[in-house]
Design a protein around this ligand. Structure first.
Ligand code: SF4
Length: 746
């Protein structure tokens, strides 16, 4: 059989690059960037071609695994036996101890997988527990809370208009390694270069001179966790020098005077010493931001996962509003995704609110936020005796044993669970403790659609990817796994007609929408709509529904020029639906229908920022980092991605190395209130003096895992150093950047 060429979206990170995959019926021959892809235009990173290695990885599970009780090891079983074992081991625990004894942990890959994304919600309802944990509280929840309070929904995140802006400030973000986050844009570095080439300016603010910083017009070191201080001082300059100009937002914004009052107390000279940035530079940056024809401030992980994460996320958007750059081309805009999103559907006068504090963790009383409990609390909820102790856990594509604070304690706690079920492709540091592992499918055997990421993209684009290889007919699809688990946890057993269950879900969705006068299919015949989508099933049908009822959809014939999934499939390189556009006030879903520039919940936290000014900021602190060749904890089993120079090293500035007797290539003991690790030192002046950096997601030296490649270069687990007591009070987000540490040669 001669090779064929398939065009597919890379499912591995937020950049959603187009892949050109040459394959026979059974194997991949070559993977390269799809030059005709409307969005990525041929760009890929080294991870893109790893889809082939992940597909053939002998460690990737192909069949369900059941762990013998009493330490007897693993047994490969049939799918019916696996589901029966889930029911047999899990349900008695829940009958005995109730749903408060059950917790879930959902990992980052869920956002990239339409089966888990859509059908995970169904499972979540059946699990019926309040103990929801996810990677979101070691990541972006701070930004989601600030944007929800300012604009009305948790994904109303303004996206910097990279392709048209004249001036960009990037904080705590290194797209040279991450490829962009909460910012979907293939080849971010190329887009940054283009800003400079067209006469604009890119300013990077980061405690490390990253590869992104090296490409920028200007770089400023900043002491970790002082981003909110800097941004507040910039707001001060804007007000003090009469540079505030909201432009078309003036009639749509509440709270400007409140922000003026707050910022008045934050002149640059007050924060310069703490941030490590001259007052004159702070003043100049604010002036340049205001003077640029168009500009945007963008901040990411380093600003999200620290002590003042929500304040920093809020102030980024405050600056964009105050300079009139929010919601204008070249500034920061709200995407309108092809599949619809909460800020582009329904009655705009029916506002959405986020909630918090409806329940709390048992041990330390940490409040839920948006239904999430802090991941940093999970270990103590399992190993602390008493009523309501977590005794059962379901993990979906997540590895909390490496990914969250207190991970050493969690590794000790997981074996004490009465039952644990994992949906995962590997026996890793977490799933090795599961009773049953239900493996997902290879990326190449399932369809892909970047539903979440289109809501964060710098252009309106869309693309459908069919599987490269036909799915194995002898195993359930991932969405079917979710539906069978839903049935088990709902007490209905393992015998499920997944097709009928899927029909029922879709029918319920249609019934709701035809009754909604704001829906494009309001008043239509539900049966007619249902038939129009058949014979597609599973996530493919959900995507068709979302596109057709979305902002560009055909509304099932009402808009004949609109899009359907069938039409999208005729464009293997994707479709470009145009640049981002102004959407205020239509996009707003706040109670007032206005931008809330000074939400009470966030403003109340300024007092804590004020208190921090009295603190001694001179100690050594640790920040994380990412490497272009890896992705959190789960791509370390691909040989050519971890080959070469050691990636898991502790970056130390030469002055600090001399001060603490650390030598390049030597071993260094790093200790914090959370624990200690011994890492290999890499002395480099790319670090700000007083700051060291260790990447996260490593620590593959646990016995009992089946990650044969990762185990050859295990690295150390940086989350051992993350103090579980240190969580951001507004969101419960882990403070994994700015961890106080001490260094000693080991
Ligand atoms: S940048 Fe992300 S989406 Fe693009 S090839 Fe690399 S891993 Fe895939």
């Amino acid at each position: 059989m001669s090779p064929r060429t398939e065009f597919r979206t890379c499912p591995l990170c937020e950049a959603i690059c187009g892949l050109e995959i040459t394959a026979t019926d059974t194997e991949v021959i070559r993977v390269r960037g799809d030059r005709a892809d409307v969005f990525s235009k041929g760009f890929i990173c080294p991870k893109g071609s790893a889809v082939a290695a992940l597909h053939t990885d002998p460690d990737r599970l192909r069949a369900p695994m059941v762990r013998h009780r009493n330490g007897g090891g693993w047994r490969e079983v049939s799918w019916p036996e696996a589901f029966a074992t889930v029911e047999e081991r899990m349900m008695p625990v829940l009958e005995r101890h109730g749903r408060e004894a059950l917790a879930t942990y959902v990992g980052n890959p869920n956002a990239h997988n339409i089966s888990l994304l859509y059908y995970g919600r169904q499972l979540g309802r059946s699990l019926a527990t309040r103990n929801g944990y996810s990677a979101g509280t070691v990541d972006q929840i701070t930004k989601q809370v600030s944007t929800a309070l300012m604009f009305g929904t948790t994904l109303s995140i303004p996206i910097p208009d990279l392709d048209r802006t004249d001036y960009l400030i990037l904080m705590g973000a290194n797209p040279a390694a991450s490829n962009g986050s909460l910012l979907t844009a293939p080849d971010v570095l190329g887009r940054l270069d283009a800003i400079v080439q067209r006469g604009g300016k890119v300013v990077v603010v980061d405690p490390r001179r990253t590869r992104t910083a090296e490409r920028a017009s200007e770089h400023h070191f900043i002491r970790p966790a002082t981003d909110a201080h800097l941004l507040m001082a910039m707001a001060h300059v804007l007000f003090a020098e009469d540079l505030v100009d909201l432009g078309h937002l003036a009639d749509h914004t509440n709270g400007v005077e409140e922000v003026r009052r707050i910022a008045a107390a934050w002149p640059p000279g007050r924060v310069a010493g703490i941030c490590g940035i001259d007052a004159a530079d702070i003043q100049r940056l604010a002036r340049e931001l205001a003077a640029a024809p168009t500009a945007a401030v963008y901040a990411r992980i380093g600003t999200c996962t620290q002590e003042f994460g929500t304040l920093a996320g809020w102030l980024v958007d405050v600056l964009n509003v105050l300079t009139g750059n929010l919601d204008r081309p070249g500034g920061a805009l709200f995407p309108r995704a092809v599949c619809g999103q909460p800020n582009s559907k329904g009655n705009p006068d029916m506002p959405r609110t986020i909630e918090w504090g409806r329940w709390r963790t048992r041990v330390r009383g940490a409040p839920e936020v948006m239904g999430q409990l802090p991941a940093a609390c999970l270990a103590e909820e399992i190993d602390t005796p008493g009523d309501g102790r977590i005794r059962a856990l379901v993990t979906i594509a997540g590895n909390p044993a490496l990914a969250i604070p207190d991970s050493e304690r969690l590794q000790a706690a997981l074996p004490t669970l009465d039952c644990m079920i994992s949906v995962d492709n590997y026996i890793n540091e977490t799933t090795q403790h599961a009773d049953v592992i239900l493996p997902g499918e290879s990326h190449l055997c399932q369809p892909h659609f970047s539903a979440t990421l289109y809501q964060l993209a710098v252009r309106h684009v869309a693309k459908w990817s069919d599987p490269v290889f036909p799915p194995d007919p002898d195993r359930p699809r991932e969405w079917e796994i979710m539906l069978v688990l839903s049935s088990v946890f709902a007490g209905r057993g393992t015998e499920v007609d997944t097709g009928a269950a899927d029909d029922a879900i879709v029918s319920a969705r249609i019934a709701k929408e035809v009754a909604d006068e704001w829906s494009p299919v309001y008043g239509r015949d539900p049966d007619e709509l249902f038939e129009a989508m058949v014979p597609a099933v599973g996530p493919e049908r959900v995507v068709d529904w979302q596109i057709r009822t979305g902002p560009y959809g055909d509304a099932f014939g009402a808009n004949p020029d609109g899009w359907t999934l069938a039409r999208l499939k005729q464009h293997p390189h994707g479709v470009d639906l145009g640049p981002l556009e102004s959407r205020v006030p239509e996009v707003l879903r706040t109670l007032s229908g206005q931008i809330e520039l000074a939400p009470d919940y966030v403003v109340a936290d300024v007092a804590r920022l004020e208190d921090s000014l009295e603190r001694d900021w001179t100690g050594m602190v640790l920040v994380g980092r990412r490497n272009l060749r890896t992705n959190n904890s789960w791509m370390h089993n691909v040989g050519n991605l971890i080959a070469g120079r050691e990636q898991c090293s502790l970056l130390v500035h030469p002055d600090d190395a001399q001060r603490f007797g650390v030598v390049d290539g030597g071993q260094v003991r790093v200790a914090s209130a959370g624990g200690e690790v011994v890492a290999i030192a890499e002395v480099s002046d790319e670090m700000m003096p007083g700051t060291v950096s260790l990447p996260h997601g490593w620590g593959h030296d646990q016995p009992g895992t089946r990650l044969s490649v990762a185990a050859t270069r295990p690295g150390v687990n940086s989350n051992i150093l993350a103090d579980p007591a240190a969580i951001e009070p507004l969101t419960g987000n882990a403070m994994v950047n700015g961890i106080p540490v001490t260094l000693t040669p080991a």
